[in-house]
Design a protein around this ligand. Structure first.
Ligand SMILES: Cc1cc2nc3c(=O)[nH]c(=O)nc-3n(C[C@H](O)[C@H](O)[C@H](O)COP(=O)(O)OP(=O)(O)OC[C@H]3O[C@@H](n4cnc5c(N)ncnc54)[C@H](O)[C@@H]3O)c2cc1C
Length: 421
């Protein structure tokens, strides 16, 4: 280490959920840490984060939820159709953002972690570690740098594999002249589109309502496009939400909060040989078929932190070797193969017209709960994931099967990664 610069074992870039999750896990293991972030790590986060209840139950962290719903459903009825809703039979929750932030930040503080406020702009590596420079010229040394600066990371490199699909959503928390969803209900996907003309439906893109009763007369309603490249513009989502509400005879009274959501769904994996390690959106950890991340952060931060702590204690490992160990722990072969399979699945979904998409999801949620839940939370083993996908194929209507069989664009290349990566 250069003696003239402030130094630490691990420097974490960012102060979002990923940065805090990995920092807390490293702090728990006694690693000498420092953070560098544009904003104060205690500044409130703008996004609302949702998660399936059992993901938190399994970690004993159910107290991090602000809201929890047992009546969780979706509606996949087509135009002029009224199918029974799909009841998911699993709880869904919304995080208490401040509590989630404190859950991680308190552990960092207890370990004496220092956060520098600034924008990382430069990094230089050598065999002993890395030197990071901020826009104002300050510099720090670390054995390992973890880039958790979000979906467009400041330092991490990843290959260009063509257009990246964005999950886009526009939502409001507010009060309404009538309940937009039933009391006590959470709606994961309402794909009904009677509020659109046949021509609009035909022209696409398919969007759905994600909505929940927050209690006290407040509701969160959000028009969402699962994934599209280029992403659906906010204006279109806003108009669709307004028309959906009007069609249901619901008018907005007050808007307490507007949410503009856009993040990449199918980012390629980063280059796993680089000396800076990533975590969170930066490291392509967002589930490429569902868009969820926070459950993965809670589950995966401890295992990655343990590998890093062990590597730091091993004098035989130089800085590049330490980074390789960390990448290997973050993206082992099985996870890389599952990532390719999920990306393959998303390519299919993006091609489906609205009626097939509805059929697809009705079939998907008719799978045994353990299969669809494991698929969405990325908690199945590779053989289990393949079994779930084969079962889906076997029970799907022919139009959905036909779409699954056709190979277009980069789908074949993604499938080949199953055997070659
Ligand atoms: C509106 C919205 C809703 C979402 N809802 C959910 C959900 O319900 N459930 C779920 O699991 N996922 C959800 N996601 C997806 C994902 O969980 C979020 O995108 C999540 O915020 C990603 O976390 P992150 O820490 O990787 O990145 P970010 O939250 O983007 O944090 C990046 C951090 O790095 C800092 N930074 C950036 N550049 C620099 C730099 N050069 N130097 C220093 N600091 C820097 C930023 O200031 C920030 O603190 C949602 C995403 C959005 C946008």
């Amino acid at each position: 280490m250069k003696p003239d610069l402030p130094s630490c074992e691990v420097l974490v870039i960012g102060a979002g959920p990923a940065a805090l999750a990995i920092s807390a896990a490293l702090a728990d293991r006694g690693v000498n840490l420092r953070g560098l972030a544009v904003l104060d790590p205690a500044a409130p986060w703008p996004n609302t984060y949702g998660i399936w209840g059992p993901e938190l139950d399994a970690l004993g962290l159910q107290d991090l939820l602000e809201h929890r719903w047992s009546d969780c459903r979706s509606d996949f009825s087509g135009p002029q159709q009224s199918l029974p809703p799909t009841c998911h039979g699993i709880d869904y929750g919304l995080f208490d953002r401040a509590r989630l932030q404190a859950h991680w930040l308190d552990r960092c503080r207890a370990a004496g972690m220092v956060w520098e406020q600034g924008e990382a702009t430069g990094i230089v590596h050598d065999r002993d570690g890395s030197t990071v420079t901020a826009r104002d010229g300050r510099q720090w040394r670390a054995r390992l740098v973890i880039d958790a600066s979000g979906h467009q990371p400041v330092f991490l490199r990843r290959p260009d594999e063509g257009p990246v699909a964005g999950q886009a959503a526009y939502g409001i928390v507010g009060t309404f002249t009538a309940p937009p969803v039933q009391a006590g209900q959470f709606v994961l996907m309402d794909y009904r589109s009677d509020h659109l003309s046949p021509a609009e439906r035909e022209a696409g893109p398919p969007t759905f309502l994600y909505a929940m009763d927050l209690g006290g007369g407040r509701f969160f309603v959000e028009e969402t496009s699962l994934a599209l490249a280029p992403p659906v513009p906010y204006d279109e989502l806003r108009q669709r939400l307004e028309r959906r509400l009007t069609h249901a005879g619901v008018a907005v009274i007050t808007v307490e909060h507007e949410e503009f959501c856009l993040f990449p769904m199918n980012l390629p994996l980063p280059d796993l040989t680089q000396q800076v390690v990533g975590f969170g959106g930066a490291a392509s950890l967002v589930h490429p078929a569902s868009g969820y991340l926070v459950g993965a952060l809670l589950r995966r931060a401890p295992e990655l932190a343990q590998v890093i702590a062990d590597g730091l204690a091993d004098p035989a490992l130089d800085a590049p070797a330490l980074a390789r160990c960390a990448w290997q722990a973050l993206w082992p072969l099985e996870l890389r193969r599952k990532h390719a399979l999920y990306r393959f699945g998303l390519e299919k979904l993006m091609r489906y017209p609205e009626d097939q998409l509805r059929l697809f999801f009705r079939t998907f949620f008719s799978l045994p709960t353990a299969q669809w839940y494991g698929f969405l939370t990325n908690t199945l083993s590779l053989p289990q994931l393949i079994a779930a996908m084969l079962r889906l194929f076997a029970v799907a209507p022919w139009s959905v099967r036909w779409g699954l069989m056709q190979q277009q664009g980069r789908e074949l290349a993604l499938l080949l990664r199953l055997i070659s990566s």
